[in-house]
Design a protein around this ligand. Structure first.
Ligand code: PEP
Length: 258
């Protein structure tokens, strides 16, 4: 039984004051995070400390949006896994915006995944095909390659702490989400397939895989009804407390029923 995980990727949004406001709003609407859904908030680095204090000993978890692989040193502007250890439980790695605007590759993603795990952080590793790859029928090939490359060298034990987010790039921030059945088929074939080859059938079945790409309260139920999807990585809708809370609530309801 895989516990669904909804993570809000706030991207480069929210000052410290705005962070406090959004955290308070979410908690006012949702109360405590439901027992059967893991809820993760991923504010920018600058807001992690204040969000951690605002969340106190609640069931909500925090995630960072990126991490560098070195523990410390002359890497101006970077944030190390040791710096995040006391602040976050999860860290998003290899988001398509990092791949697109900051030249991240499967190799750098892999270094970051390894470094995060070595320091007790749980990676949410993002994979997903671009529009031209989707249109050229290359989705399985691209997502399979990203899955294999990003997770190279890991042990089956380490995989217990890895979450994968399947995010078709053409669906991110566009309002044009994939279909539930379409996303499920990609995850079954291009994510769980390689996981089975690399780590065995048990790990392939136990690993949590989120869907991401224009998730809203109107479509989350369609994704959560799918057997291979275990939650969502939510961008735009995670900045609106009411929408984010509704996405968490529907996930809790649908996953209990299926
Ligand atoms: C994301 O940032 O990972 C994302 C899926 O964004 P959005 O929900 O806005 O498409």
């Amino acid at each position: 039984m895989r516990t669904p995980i909804i993570a809000g990727n706030w991207k480069m949004n929210k000052t410290i004051a705005e962070t406090l406001e959004l955290v308070r709003e979410i908690r006012k609407l949702l109360g405590e995070a439901p027992a059967n859904v893991e809820v993760v908030l991923c504010p920018p680095f600058t807001s992690l400390w204040v969000a951690k204090n605002a969340l106190g000993r609640s069931r909500y978890s925090l995630g960072a949006q990126d991490v560098y692989w070195e523990p410390k040193g002359a890497f101006t502007g970077e944030i190390s896994p040791t710096m995040l250890q006391d602040l976050a439980t999860y860290v998003i790695i290899g988001h398509s915006e990092r791949r697109q605007y900051f030249s991240e590759t499967d190799e750098t993603v892999n270094r970051k995944v390894q470094a995060a795990l070595a320091h007790g952080l749980k990676p949410i590793m993002c994979v997903g095909e671009k529009l031209e790859e989707y249109e050229a029928g290359k989705t399985t090939e691209v997502v399979g390659r990203q899955t294999r490359g990003g997770l190279a060298g890991l042990t089956p034990e380490q995989m217990q702490n890895v979450v994968i987010a399947y995010e078709p790039v053409w669906a991110i921030g566009t309002g044009k989400a994939a279909t539930g059945t379409g996303a499920n088929a990609v995850v079954a074939q291009a994510v769980r397939g390689p996981l089975a080859e690399m780590f065995g059938a048990e790990v392939a079945q136990a690993t949590r895989v989120q869907y991401g790409g224009s998730v809203t309260p109107a479509n989350i139920a369609e994704f959560m009804a799918q057997p291979d999807l275990d939650g969502g990585l939510v961008g735009g809708a995670s900045l609106k407390a009411a929408d984010f809370v509704e996405i968490v609530r529907q996930t809790a309801t649908v996953k209990v029923q299926t």
